[in-house]
Design a protein around this ligand. Structure first.
Ligand SMILES: [Zn+2]
Length: 542
C-alpha cells in the first residue's frame, strides 16, 4: 500500500470510523454494564442486546457528523480520543460513573492524588486505545469534498441516522424506557457524552451556586383567628400515585376501602405540576404556579415550609422517598431508612407505615404550632411489589419483578393497585393517629407528586415531557381531612369544600391554600388559588 494513501482519509470515512471505534472500543465499560444487566433469555433482552450497539452507533454518527468539521476535526478528535480512552479505562477498572460530581473530583484532585491512579496498565491502555489512534489522526490528511457536496453528504448522514433512530425508538420504546428506569445511571458510562455533559453540569452548578438566596416575604406574619388552640398539620406527599386508580375517584377495584369510611374531602380533578419527582416536589412547595415555576431557581428561594418556620411553626420533614429535592434544606429532616426500623425496613427501603411511630412521638411532644411533612415511598416503580407488605397483595396475580415489561398488563396493574391499597391504609392510619389529639386544630392533606403509566399505549413509568404527557401521569389523587376543632376554629364549611371538590384544580393551589389555613398573612397569597377561600364562614383575620 502506498504510505501516502494510508495517511489520507475521506471525511465521510473518518466520521464512520470514529463512530465505529467509539462504539466498539471506547465504550467497553458501557457495554459491559449493559450486557450484565439484560436478560438475554427474554424477548426484551434480545431486543435490547441487538438495539443498544445500533442506537449508540447512530447517535455517535450524528454527533461526529456535526463536530468533525474542517479545522475542528483534528484537535477535537485528538482530545476526545485521549479523554475517552482514559475515561473508559477508569470506568472499566474502578466501576465509576462519570457525572458532574466526578468532574468536580477531577478538577479538585491534587496532582499527588492523581499519581495514585497512575500505573503501567493505564499507560498501556491509553497508549493503544487513545494515543496511537490520536497520532494516526494527527499524521493523516482529511480529505473534504467541496463545500456544497460535503454539506449534502453530512445532511444525508444526519437524515438517515435520524430516521433510523426514530424507527428504533418507535419499535423498542418500551424496552428502552424500562431498562433506562432500572438503570438510570448507565448513560454516565457513555463516552464521550458522559464527561462533556458532566463538565457542562459542573460549571452550571458552580454558576448557580453564586445565585443570591431569596427570602420569600420578610414581612409575612402570623395572624390567627382568636382561639387558644395549637395548629398541627400533616402534609403527606405521595409518590407516583395516579388519580384514576383510587376507588374514591370511581376506579372499579376497591383500592380505598379505609379512606372511604373517613370523613374526608376528596379532590377528584387534580393536575400535577410535573411528571417526575424532582420537579413536582419543589413545585408543590413553591408559591409560584406551574407556568411560572423555575426548577433551576427553586433551590435558592424559600418555600412553604420556610415561610411557615419564619412564622413560628415547628417544622418536621420525615422522608421515606429519595430525598426532598432541596425543599427541606433549612428545616429539621429525618430519613426513615436511618432509623433502622426492622419491622418496616430492609437496608434500602421502608414501607410507609414506618412513619407512624416517629409521628406519634412527635405529636406527643408538640410545643407549638407544627407542620409535618411525610414524604412517602408510595407507588414508586418499577418494583411495585416491594412497596407493600404481603398482607396487601390483595389483587392478584402480581408481578414480582422490577422488569415489568416481562409481566402481563393485568399483573402490572394488580401490583400497582396493591400499592394504592397500602397507601390507603397508611393515610387512614395517620388519620386514626391524628384523631387522638382532639385539642389541636389538627388536619391532614395528601397529594401525589405525579402519576404513572402502566402500559397504556405501550408507555410505562413516568417522566414524559409535560406538554405531551398522558393524563395517567398528570392526574393525581388529593384529599383532605380535618378535625372538628380545625373546622370550627378555622371557620371552614366542610360541606362547601366537598361540594367544590370536583372542580378542576392543580398543585398550584397547595401553597396558597395551606398558607391561609396556617393563618399566615403574606403578600404572595393569591386568593384565587386558595381552596378554602370561598368556604370560610368568617374572613381571614388581617
Ligand atoms: Zn415521584
Amino acid at each position: 500500500m502506498n504510505p501516502n494513501r494510508f495517511f489520507e482519509i475521506k471525511s465521510k470515512t473518518l466520521i464512520i470510523a470514529f463512530s465505529l471505534y467509539f462504539t466498539l472500543v471506547l465504550n467497553l465499560s458501557f457495554f459491559r454494564q449493559v450486557y450484565t444487566n439484560i436478560d438475554i433469555s427474554s424477548a426484551s433482552g434480545i431486543i435490547l442486546g441487538i438495539s443498544f450497539p445500533i442506537v449508540l452507533f447512530l447517535a455517535l454518527l450524528l454527533i461526529f457528523t456535526l463536530f468533525l468539521q474542517p479545522y475542528l476535526a483534528k484537535p477535537l478528535g485528538v482530545i476526545v480520543l485521549l479523554i475517552s480512552s482514559a475515561a473508559n479505562y477508569w470506568m472499566f477498572q474502578y466501576g465509576v460513573y462519570i457525572d458532574a460530581d466526578m468532574i468536580r473530583n477531577v478538577f479538585e484532585t491534587t496532582p499527588r492524588e492523581s499519581l495514585d491512579y497512575f500505573n503501567l496498565s493505564i499507560v498501556l491502555w491509553v497508549f493503544f486505545t487513545g494515543i496511537l489512534p490520536a497520532l494516526y489522526l494527527i499524521k493523516t490528511r482529511i480529505v473534504y469534498a467541496p463545500f456544497l457536496s460535503e454539506a449534502k453528504m453530512r445532511g444525508a448522514i444526519i437524515g438517515i441516522a435520524l430516521v433510523l433512530v426514530g424507527l428504533m425508538a418507535a419499535l423498542t420504546y418500551k424496552e428502552f424506557s424500562i431498562f433506562g428506569r432500572n438503570h438510570k445511571d448507565i448513560v454516565r458510562l457513555i463516552n464521550p457524552t458522559n464527561y462533556v455533559y458532566g463538565t457542562v453540569r459542573f460549571f452550571q452548578k458552580k454558576i448557580r451556586a453564586r445565585q443570591p438566596f431569596m427570602a420569600l416575604d420578610p414581612d409575612s406574619r402570623y395572624a390567627p383567628y382568636r382561639d387558644p388552640y395549637k395548629t398541627v398539620f400533616v402534609l403527606l406527599v405521595g409518590e407516583t400515585a395516579r388519580a384514576m386508580n383510587f376507588s374514591l375517584n370511581g376506579y372499579s377495584k376497591p383500592t380505598n376501602p379505609k379512606l372511604a369510611q373517613e370523613d374526608i374531602v376528596n379532590f377528584s380533578d387534580v393536575t400535577s405540576c410535573g411528571t417526575y419527582t424532582a420537579l413536582s416536589v419543589p413545585c408543590i412547595f413553591s408559591n409560584l404556579p406551574r407556568k411560572e415555576f423555575n426548577l433551576n431557581r427553586a433551590p435558592y428561594i424559600e418555600n412553604l415550609v420556610d415561610l411557615l418556620r419564619n412564622n413560628g411553626y415547628q417544622i418536621q420533614w420525615f422522608d421515606n422517598d429519595e430525598g426532598c429535592k432541596e425543599v427541606c434544606k433549612r428545616v429539621p429532616t429525618v430519613y426513615m431508612t436511618d432509623l433502622g426500623n426492622k419491622k418496616y425496613c430492609d437496608k434500602d427501603y421502608c414501607y410507609d407505615e414506618v412513619f407512624l411511630e416517629p409521628l406519634e412521638t412527635y405529636l406527643n411532644n408538640i410545643q407549638d404550632n407544627s407542620f409535618i411533612v411525610l414524604h412517602m415511598m408510595g407507588s414508586h416503580g418499577p418494583s411495585y411489589y416491594k412497596r407493600y407488605p404481603d398482607a396487601f397483595a390483595r389483587f392478584t396475580p402480581t408481578c414480582y419483578t422490577g422488569e415489568v415489561q416481562n409481566c402481563d398488563k393485568n399483573a402490572i396493574v394488580n401490583t400497582y393497585d396493591n400499592t394504592i391499597l397500602y397507601t390507603d391504609h397508611v393515610i387512614a392510619e395517620v388519620i386514626r393517629l391524628l384523631k387522638k389529639y382532639p385539642d389541636y386544630e389538627i388536619g391532614l392533606m395528601y397529594v401525589s407528586d405525579h402519576g404513572e403509566s402502566l402500559g397504556e399505549n405501550n408507555i410505562y413509568l413516568h417522566g414524559i415531557p409535560y406538554a405531551v404527557a398522558p393524563k395517567e401521569q398528570t392526574r393525581v389523587p388529593m384529599l383532605l381531612w380535618m378535625s372538628s376543632m380545625m373546622k370550627k376554629e378555622d371557620h371552614i364549611n366542610y360541606e362547601c369544600l366537598k361540594e367544590k371538590s370536583r372542580d378542576p384544580i392543580s398543585h398550584d393551589y397547595i401553597f396558597h391554600s395551606l398558607i391561609s389555613l396556617m393563618e399566615v398573612r403574606t403578600k404572595l397569597y393569591r386568593p384565587e388559588l386558595d381552596l378554602f377561600a370561598s368556604c370560610r364562614t368568617q374572613p381571614l383575620p388581617e
